[in-house]
Design a protein around this ligand. Structure first.
Ligand code: CP
Length: 315
């Protein structure tokens, strides 16, 4: 297909392909475009990591990046996202990377079957496929496999597109997923992927402690006003005392941005078992792989360059 919008599109073979391609880029793979190609990153929600790393990935692949600011675009005059996409395609943009607060915003864009390539950089509380693939790369680099790994996804389960993407992909890859955090935030549909357990029951058994940010921007005002960061940290956070109970091989992950001292103790962000900054580095290489793959599908680069690189097993 011409789009990467949800982890539901990905088979285990696809995940392996993206991991290998990202590793190849990490080792210095370069590709040549068949003609000048243009990308536009349309971010209707704030971002530092995803936006910057997509732009870095596009530039490193040789794409020219056309700026887009929703605040000065004609979206402010009522132009729809679909008409915006039709417009930038007509002008000559080859790839659109979109983050939007609405769940499934991409459905009517896909239904229009336009030739422009589309990557979902996060939709509301729906999906975050590039985050999920960078998390898979980070876990694979650490353990060399997924089968039987125990992974706790902890925190703001209600609003997390990272939880939704990762629970699906991790279980598909053979990992065992657990959930923790405020029990009221556990979602009924999550039980198909793993059980809810109090944090203190999990921390001594997990290979990966994956913390999620409390998304204050999606909480009602009254809940934000009543939120007690210290109490949350003590009850649901990875404190220094809890981290001391983690098995020797276990790692800490967080998609970031981190509320330091809330989801995890501030000093744990830079602790030896933390992979938080490695996740960010991996994000750039995974996004190179995603963009290059779509360019290959469109014939904008010779896909054989990518195929050859993914035949190498780096682990
Ligand atoms: N993890 C993540 O999506 O971060 P940004 O919101 O900064 O892109």
């Amino acid at each position: 297909t011409n789009d990467l919008v949800s982890v539901d599109q990905l088979t285990n073979e696809d995940v392996t392909y993206f991991i290998r391609l990202a590793q190849a880029f990490k080792r210095g793979l370069t590709v040549t475009l068949n003609r000048p190609a243009f990308a536009m990153n349309l971010f209707f929600e704030n971002s530092t990591r995803t936006h910057t790393s997509f732009e870095m990935a596009e530039r490193r692949l040789g794409l020219q990046v056309i700026p887009f600011d929703p605040r000065t675009s004609s979206v402010t005059k009522g132009e729809s996202l679909l008409d915006t996409l039709k417009t930038i395609q007509a002008i000559g943009v080859d790839l659109a990377v979109i983050r939007h607060p609405e769940d499934n915003y991409y459905q009517d864009l896909l239904a229009a079957e336009m030739p422009i390539s589309l990557i979902n950089a996060g939709d509301g509380s729906g999906q975050h496929p590039s985050q999920s693939l960078l998390d898979m790369l980070t876990i694979y680099e650490e353990f060399g496999h997924f089968d039987g790994l125990k992974i706790a996804i902890v925190g703001d389960l209600a609003h997390s597109r990272v939880a939704r993407s990762n629970m699906a992909l991790l279980t598909q890859l053979g990992a065992q997923v657990f959930f923790s955090g405020p029990e009221a935030w556990m979602q009924p549909e999550f039980t198909a992927y793993g059980e809810y357990r109090p944090l203190d029951e999990l921390v001594g058994e997990m290979d990966v402690m994956m913390l999620l940010r409390v998304q204050h921007e999606r909480l009602p005002q009254a809940k934000n006003a009543a939120f007690d960061a210290q109490a949350y940290h003590q009850q649901y956070g990875l404190t220094v005392a809890r981290a001391a109970k983690m098995p020797k091989q276990a790692i800490i992950m967080h998609p970031a941005p981190v509320n330091r001292g809330v989801e995890l103790a501030s000093e744990l962000v830079e602790a030896p078992q933390s992979r938080i900054f490695q996740q960010m580095t991996n994000g750039m290489y995974v996004r190179m792989a995603m963009v290059a793959h779509l360019l290959g599908q469109r014939g904008l680069l010779d896909a054989r360059q990518l195929e050859e690189a993914t035949h190498v097993n780096f682990n």
